[in-house]
Design a protein around this ligand. Sequence first.
Ligand code: RP5
Length: 175
Amino acid sequence: MSVENTDAENAGAANATPIVGLVMGSDSDWPVMEAAADALAEFGIPFEADVVSAHRMPTEMIRYGQNAHERGIRVIIAGAGGAAHLPGMLASVTPLPVIGVPVPLKTLDGMDSLLSIVQMPAGVPVATVSIGGARNAGLLAVRVLASGTDELAVRLRGQLLEFAQELNNTATEKG
Ligand code: RP5
């Protein structure tokens, strides 16, 4: 199931094969996860956005994790709230790097989501960003893709350096 979106999705990368899988437990996670989509779009990264609930559609979720790399996906960003097992479950069946986004719900301010995602046992790594930190998840995915020496990596490294410079300039202006 695709998330109904967005101006951001695949901006600058229309019709390209997705290389980032952006998934979430529910379409109610989209207002938080959209920031990851925006970051990917800023760097022209082709991505797909889907709802792949670990407990409502476990078979599809496992299939997604098992097949993603064969479809050309290179990084998975997974967001979920509450008992947020989606990132860890995906990490258990994929060889790809998984970046987990704890989505804050009304109760517990997202602490439940954070602890569910961050406390993975050794051997099943999930790179966890802050509560609601979807933008950093998108930027971290860009950095993963910017490693190596292929054309994409070189282009992304150049963009990341410009991006860092802009951040520094903004910080200097603010004093
Ligand atoms: C989690 O339950 C989802 O990731 C979402 O954060 C939360 C609530 O889902 P809905 O009841 O809004 O579909 O699995």
